[in-house]
Design a protein around this ligand. Structure first.
Ligand code: NDP
Length: 324
């Protein structure tokens, strides 16, 4: 039988963790023939709740789940891990300054990066979900000098999926008809969902919708969808975030067509090297590759630059705070 793959989930007792763990254990993260071992990392006060989730995982008798550990020790949690889903983060609370937010998250993602560096398996792949996800991924990466930089990624797949579904609804086509969607930049309100390369029925999406809808409805609806969910549900999106995390890792491991992921920039499209920014990507042979050669019109250029500028500011701020 195949050796189980160790998957570590941080913030395992949280909302997203609860929506994620059962799907990982059922085989949806890596494939229906890959046994998994789960490691649940939590802060000490949430370990008991994570143990409760572990009990429920036991009670599902998942054929592919070969073991579960629950711990508050990052070295133990990442020991031998091949996939790390970094979900736990310090959320922004009312009145919190950006510096305080980055500082608090530096205290989480720096040590986790080091623990990954020192303990994870050679094929470790890291997806950061906890916000500010792109910069948290950068912090973790900078504390893991022995791990190839490209193994640190951040999630923009939920934004991507939201964009697919908004466009499909507008054009009244199934989501599977929408191809070549791209989210550029930061997973934040500045992100740029690009319809100038997306295609529906083989034709450019931007040419099938009016410009006012694209600018004033589509872009803000995608970028602010998280807030709309909170408003409607009384709680932030969890199942859809977990679903996107599954999509990202499944595609990374198994290959994909055109999708979006935040990966370290190699300087493509004028995005400064090293920033973890969302790009149009394909996954091939277990690696993300940026789709090259796209023409960027003036409107898109402006939007991409604004989001990338925000990422540069976040990087400058964490440098100044000594977090990287
Ligand atoms: P959630 O599980 O709802 O969210 C976790 C993180 O995911 C948040 O930072 C959230 O950012 C982020 N996120 C990213 N994308 C989305 C999205 N589309 N929708 C919603 N959230 C998104 O948070 P909970 O508070 O329920 O749980 C967090 C858990 O993490 C707690 O159990 C806590 O104990 C744990 N934790 C663990 C740590 C560790 O393992 N060392 C460290 C810190 C916390 P945002 O809030 O900005 O939406």
């Amino acid at each position: 039988a195949q050796t189980p793959v160790k998957v570590t989930v941080t913030g395992a007792a949280g909302q997203i963790g609860y929506a994620l763990l059962f799907r990982i254990a059922s085989g949806q993260l890596l494939g229906a023939d890959v046994p998994v071992k789960l490691s649940l990392l939590e802060i000490p006060q949430a370990v008991k709740a994570a143990e409760g989730t572990a009990m429920e995982l036991d009670d599902c008798a998942f054929p592919l789940l070969s073991g579960i550990e629950v711990t508050d020790d990052a070295n133990k949690a990442f020991d031998g891990a091949s996939v790390a889903l970094l979900v736990g983060a310090r959320p922004r609370t009312a009145g919190m300054e950006r510096g305080d937010l980055l500082q608090a998250n530096g205290g989480i993602f720096g040590p986790q990066g080091k623990a990954i560096n020192d303990n994870a398996a050679d094929d470790i792949r890291v997806l950061v979900v906890g916000n500010p996800a792109n910069t948290n991924a950068l912090i973790a990466q900078q504390h893991a000098p022995d791990v190839p930089a490209e193994r640190f990624t951040a999630m923009t797949r939920l934004d991507h999926n939201r964009a697919l579904s908004q466009l499909a609804a507008k054009l009244q086509v199934p989501v599977t008809e929408v191809k070549k969607m791209t989210i550029w930049g930061n997973h934040s309100a500045t992100q740029y969902p690009d319809l100038y390369h997306a295609e529906v029925g083989g034709k450019i999406a931007a040419e099938q919708v009016d410009e006012a809808w694209l600018r004033d409805t589509f872009i803000p609806t995608v970028a602010k969808r998280g807030a709309a969910i909170i408003e409607a549900r009384g709680a932030s999106s969890a199942a859809s975030a977990a679903n996107a995390a599954i999509d990202h890792v499944y595609d990374w491991v198994n290959g994909s067509e055109w999708t979006s992921a935040a990966i370290p920039s190699d300087g493509s499209y004028g995005v400064p090297e090293g920033l973890i920014s969302s790009f149009p990507v394909v996954s091939r042979d277990g690696r993300w590759e940026i789709i090259q050669g796209l023409e960027i019109d003036a409107f898109s250029r402006e939007r991409i630059d604004a989001s990338v500028r925000e990422l540069e500011e976040e990087r400058a701020a964490v440098r100044q705070l000594g977090l990287i």
